[in-house]
Design a protein around this ligand. Structure first.
Ligand code: BES
Ligand code: MN
Ligand code: ZN
Length: 464
């Protein structure tokens, strides 16, 4: 992280931002070969394009970077992911201070690599560094980049290396780094007594469940609670997933990873909130101790749930956590979960579906989601669909049989565990890039994090 930015450098290569409209003017006053090379290679200044230009000694002399004026975040992202090792300087003329700061964040996001399981160092290990542009707030940039990198790392980690114990340790580390506190419930008897659904989902695994409660910030500040689904691996349980669906399920703790990354950012920024992060860390495993279709679980709130499908486990984990969240009299509860395939059918892999009990909070996400290119889309908490969750024997079933509106029925299931008056946002996220785009390499991704952070910052501000 440190190594992708540098204070100064004697021999830096210029990065020249261009658009299709500005390309011609941007090359005026430069050697004629710049324009010729652009024409020869078909470089038009389209967003995401990167054109390396050689000097007369064959050295790298300058780089043209195509960008979208409406979305400066990714201006340098493709360059960060593709340029050779060395130091680079952004040519800032004509850019607003805000665009430059966004571009620096994009540089950081585009520099992300996950190398934990590579046995060889990269062939070119000279760092690719950007000279800090004038006037950017370095702390803001590095905080955003580090928080998102942290979330990506957690999701990308192999499931065997990030079971509930390790996830809990991550939360403890995070709390300690920021002077917060983390309470981890690890004793299976205690989990069974106080967090019955989390216990039922996780009890078949030798990696027994952990319930994590992280707290930070001034006690008199408005309480904000983040809740994360931490299913470290989702086999589906006895309703076992087919191979293609199971293949992705290391990312089923993506909600927890997003909540932790967002918490990291909130704490680094010093937002004026009393923060609580609640995570249920489990493995949904197959074994003789697995919970079963037809079982009836009692939840932390006392509501009973008939299990229709053991693969609808995330909502069970969240039910206990949301019930706890409600006790904290929060100004806002936000949960993140890789909850349903149905949300992916509705909005695809690259948009975070969300539900809101509160129209003002839903509206507050719009501007930041656009500004930070963190697309979110609201789906309805359509109460008449509650009938799909009726059980013949218990208060509710955990999965509806019809197969329609699966993201909505999951959200309605959760809503019963949140006090009616509590402002609540529920994010049903992919948490994974299935294709690479500038600044967003294939793999774990922090979806909704930037938009929610910016909305929280706008609403609550910073302490210092
Ligand atoms: N973790 C999955 C949902 C998921 C699948 C998220 C693929 C993102 C990508 C979740 O636990 C699950 O299995 N949900 C089931 C629910 C169904 C059994 C009601 C689903 O969506 O199929
Ligand atoms: Mn599942
Ligand atoms: Zn799951």
């Amino acid at each position: 992280m440190e190594s992708v930015f540098v204070d100064e450098s004697p021999a830096a290569v210029e990065l020249i931002p261009v658009t299709p409209e500005s390309l011609h003017a941007a090359l005026e006053g430069r050697p004629a070969r710049y324009a010729r090379w652009a024409r020869a290679t078909g470089f038009t200044g389209e967003a995401g394009g990167v054109l390396q230009i050689a000097g007369d000694q064959g050295e790298l002399e300058a780089v043209l970077v195509g960008y979208d004026v409406d979305q400066p975040l990714w201006m340098l992202a493709a360059a960060a992911g593709s340029l050779p090792g060395g130091d680079y300087r952004l040519q800032e003329a004509g850019l607003t201070a805000e665009a430059i700061e966004r571009a620096a964040v994009g540089w950081g996001l585009g520099s992300y690599r996950f190398r934990r399981y590579r046995s060889e160092p990269p062939t070119d290990d000279t760092p690719v560094r950007l000279i800090w542009p004038d006037g950017v707030n370095r702390e803001r940039v590095t905080s955003m980049v580090a928080a998102i990198g942290h979330t990506r790392d957690l999701i990308n980690t192999a499931p065997a290396d990030l079971m509930p114990g390790e996830l809990a340790a991550e939360a403890e580390d995070l709390a300690e780094r920021h002077g917060g506190a983390a309470r981890v419930v690890a004793d299976p008897d205690e989990v069974a007594r106080d967090w019955p659904c989390i216990h039922a989902v996780g009890r078949a695994s030798e990696h027994h469940p952990r319930v994590i409660e992280l707290t930070w910030g001034p006690e008199d500040a408005p309480p904000v609670v983040l809740v994360g689904k931490g299913v470290c691996f989702d086999s589906g349980g006895l309703n076992i997933k087919p191979d293609s669906a199971m293949r992705q399920m290391k990312k089923d703790m993506g909600g927890a990873a997003t909540a932790l990354g967002l918490a990291d950012l909130i704490m680094r920024a010093g937002l004026a909130v009393r923060l609580t992060v609640l995570i249920g860390a489990v493995e949904n495993a197959v074994g003789s101790r697995s919970f079963r279709p037809g079982d009836v679980l009692s939840t932390r709130s006392g509501r009973t749930v008939e299990i229709d499908n053991t693969d609808a486990e995330g909502r069970l984990v969240l039910a206990d956590l949301l019930d706890r969240a409600g006790e904290l009299e929060p100004a806002l509860v936000v949960d993140f979960a890789t909850l349903t395939g149905a949300a992916r059918v509705a909005v695809g892999h690259e948009i975070a579906a969300f539900f809101a009990s509160d129209d003002a909070w839903a509206a507050a996400l719009e501007e930041p989601a656009r500004a930070w290119d963190d697309p979110v889309w609201r789906l309805p908490l359509h109460a008449p669909y509650r009938h799909m969750l009726e059980s013949d024997v218990a208060d509710v079933v955990n999965a509806s049989s019809g197969g329609q509106a699966g993201a909505i029925t999951a959200a309605l299931f959760l809503q019963d565990f949140v006090p009616a008056e509590t402002p609540w946002l529920h994010f049903d996220i992919m948490a994974f890039n299935t294709r690479a785009r500038p600044g967003r390499p294939k793999g774990g991704e922090a979806m909704g994090l930037r938009a929610v952070f910016a909305a929280l910052e706008a609403r609550f501000g910073r302490v210092r």
